[in-house]
Ligand binder design. Structure first.
Ligand code: BDP
Length: 721
């Protein structure tokens, strides 16, 4: 008796151990975990409506769809659903283009697919020919893939799937990740390990990671990937590397993911033995034409080039006295016959700092409006300086109606807490997209510039600088995944709200439990504002650590170029703080259209979140809250830290609903975030106090250490440089 009882207990312990191991969560599966539904009524309902799958065809894309469904249904419903090409019956899930679906089930679908373009889809469920069916249809197989992922999202988030009639197509054509990955696998501004691309083992070895990366992108509609750093290495355009690139392109193709490369402007010299890279020297365009032909001979659907020129040491047309348009058009002409595009970055500013850095891109590009070829997009960062925690929208949006402008966001959190902080970026993305340029009167939002509706552009694009690396959970911080996810979802439909996106992501990534989703959604929604408060409140910017940009360093000065120092940007003195960009200062504000100019240019109407971006303001200036500027600054820095404490409390409250592995990971990162937030607050307030000469209000705890202490901190080996 005793022995069998003991062995029984042992067995129980053993299985508990095994099952806890099986359910260990390391974040690898992202939002594609396909967890089993526990609610038996819901499960029954889904099973009833999904009894077999009918998908005509066997192409690579169809195979991908089938594999995904198998994996998803086995997970979500606990058992696979059989594929069948027999007569349609109740509970059949039909997936196909109108031409491929069984005849009497495709009749009305032609109409539904008329206006959804090549990537859109239509999902229907209900009675057709007296059968209860679900139909996913689209004009192309890629559309079917996107529709399938939408349908799976409904199941993953426990939505009803009866009586569906969902039509969706992307608002923006090119939805692209920019990897700042080097050929040696380091990642510029990467905080999640090394580059995914194992160039050394390519083309021979196709890592399963490539496939899972492509799946994840397809599930959110990302359809392009620039594999290499904008600070480019010409070697990637040599035959060896093109064969490696081809292997990646082949792996990604069934997922609708196109491959692009960065083109180093001086490549004709570096790998082509030419003496010059001058776009007007006939040998140079000729070289690019041949290079492009070579690329397309390997990769027939190659997407095109992304170019950083004349910026931060990168070569460009300026080296030959040529314009940005002359440079871009040369590459565009080479790519045009093959259908490729050029994404030419507007992040151009001089080494000599002749003018406010915020003004330079506009000054350079605005006069070139209308001078670019039809297959050129000018890729503009969301703000005029550089991916700061908060920036007013870039004045080029709304200023170049003849040129398609592509949005560039930074998903990797170079200036927003890097790999250690939870900062949900959707509110930042939305704030920029919803900003009104007034280019064509009220309602001319940045989103409408980017999606082409404001100026009737067909060629449209949006780019996000990737935060993905070899870390097991892809993004270092588990919540970094949410930023990749949110970028993709907004690229598809910028009208989604940050809350909707957060909820979807949380449900699929963690759990559908309301008592988890609700509090953690608010945690996420407040996290960007919190970071702005403890880093750069009220329009402050670029006061972070020298070169690595980690932690606070508002004291940085006397470097070889003024616009890489902090004092250049905050301009603190005994009178006050802030960069005067009005008429009395650099007048950068004049680059906006009049209604925006007036709003930002007037200290009374300038939104306080941008106050110190545009104005040099007295320490005693009276703020909306009734506090003086100095006291408001103190208030913001302290409330930023308090918000992080609140985030910690919220997270502690969901322990029971989270798996221990990810719970602890996030918990410890929040602890780091709290320390870093305090570091920011203390360092900045003590430093600015040396100008303001005003006390930190008594109600706040005093910083424990001195300004000298904070100034002496010098973190070494910060990742991502
Ligand atoms: C800056 C980064 C730098 C990038 C540059 C760019 O610090 O590493 O090369 O942006 O976008 O913010 O080109």
């Amino acid at each position: 008796m005793k022995t069998s009882r003991l062995s029984f207990l042992f067995l129980i312990a053993f299985f508990t151990l095994i099952s806890s191991h099986v359910s260990a969560e390391d974040g690898y599966r992202l939002w594609q975990r396909y967890e089993r539904i526990e609610d038996s009524a819901l499960l029954k309902n889904y099973r009833q409506l999904l009894q077999e799958i009918n998908i005509p065809g066997s192409s690579p894309v169809i195979t991908v769809i089938k594999d995904e469904l198998k994996q998803a249904f086995t997970g979500i419903l606990g058992s696979n659903i059989p594929f069948s090409d027999q007569a349609v019956k109740d509970g059949t899930l039909l997936i196909g283009t109108p031409e491929n679906l069984p005849r009497n089930f495709s009749l009305n679908l032609k109409k539904q697919t008329e206006n959804i373009g090549p990537e859109g889809y239509y999902i229907f469920s209900g009675k057709v020919n007296r059968k209860n069916v679900t139909i996913i249809t689209a004009n192309t197989e890629t559309g079917l893939l996107y529709g399938t992922f939408h349908f799976l999202r409904l199941l993953q988030t426990h939505q009803p799937i009866r009586d569906l009639s969902i039509s969706s197509s992307p608002k923006i054509k090119h939805r692209i990740l920019n990897h700042w990955d080097n050929l040696d696998r380091t990642v510029e501004r990467g905080y999640s390990g090394f580059s995914l691309w194992d160039w050394h083992k390519l083309p021979g070895f196709i890592d399963q990671r490539y496939i899972d990366y492509a799946r994840a992108n397809a599930s959110i509609g990302i359809n392009g990937t620039v594999l290499t750093n904008v600070n480019a290495n010409a070697l990637v355009l040599t035959e060896d590397y093109l064969l490696k690139t081809k292997a990646l392109a082949d792996a990604f193709r069934p997922y609708g993911l196109k491959v692009y490369l960065t083109a180093r402007f001086s490549a004709p010299i570096e790998i082509g033995q030419l003496q010059t890279a001058d776009p007007l020297d006939p040998k140079v365009p000729e070289w690019w034409k041949k290079k492009v032909e070579e690329i397309y001979s390997h990769i027939p659907d190659f997407g095109g080039f992304l170019v950083k020129a004349d910026s931060e040491g990168q070569p460009g047309p300026h080296n030959y006295g040529r314009s940005q348009a002359e440079g871009a058009n040369m590459l565009a002409d080479a790519l045009a016959p093959k259908g490729g595009i050029v994404m030419w970055r507007a992040f151009v500013y001089s080494d000599e700092t002749p003018d406010d850095r915020a003004k330079q891109a506009y000054n350079e590009f605005k006069p070139l409006d209308g001078k670019f070829r039809d297959n050129v997009l000018v890729q503009v960062k969301n703000g005029a300086i550089d991916f700061q925690p908060r920036e007013p929208f870039h004045p080029l949006f709304g200023a170049m109606p003849e040129t398609p402008l592509m949005m560039e966001f930074q998903i990797t959190q170079e200036y927003l807490g890097q790999g250690t902080q939870l900062v949900y970026l959707s509110p930042l993305f939305k704030e920029v997209l919803e900003s009104d340029t007034y280019a064509k009167g009220l309602g001319s939002t940045v989103a409408k510039v980017v999606d082409g509706t404001l100026d009737q552009h067909q060629l449209t694009g949006i780019a996000g600088v990737s935060n993905i690396g070899t870390d097991r959970n892809w993004t270092g911080h588990h919540f970094g995944q949410a930023n990749w996810y949110a970028f993709g979802r907004l690229a598809w439909d910028h009208q989604l709200t940050s809350g909707e996106i957060a909820k979807e992501w949380l449900k699929m990534t963690f759990t559908n439990r309301n008592d988890f989703v609700e509090p953690v959604t608010s945690l996420m929604l407040g996290s960007h504002e919190a970071a702005v408060n403890y880093m750069t409140p009220l329009g402050l910017h670029h006061i972070m650590g020298w070169s690595h940009h980690y932690g606070p360093a508002p004291w940085i000065k006397d470097k070889h170029r003024a616009d890489w120092t902090s004092v250049y940007y905050h301009q603190a003195d005994e009178y006050g703080i802030g960069f005067d960009r009005t008429k009395t200062g650099s007048n950068a504000v004049a680059q906006y259209l009049p209604p925006v100019q007036e709003k930002f240019g007037n200290i009374e109407s300038c939104p306080e979140k941008y106050l110190l971006w545009f104005h040099h303001v007295s320490w005693d200036y009276s703020m909306e809250s009734g506090r003086t500027l100095w006291n408001e600054l103190c208030h913001r820095y302290y409330s930023g830290v308090e918000s992080v404490e609140q985030m910690q409390t919220t997270w502690a409250g969901v322990r029971e609903m989270t798996d221990p592995e990810r719970f602890r990971h996030v918990e410890s990162h929040l602890r780091i975030q709290k320390k870093e937030a305090e570091w920011w607050r203390n360092a900045c307030l003590l430093y600015f106090q040396s100008f303001s000469k005003r006390p930190v209000p008594d109600k706040y705890p005093k910083p424990e250490k001195s300004l000298e202490y904070y100034m002496s901190l010098d973190p070494k080996f910060v990742p991502g440089i």
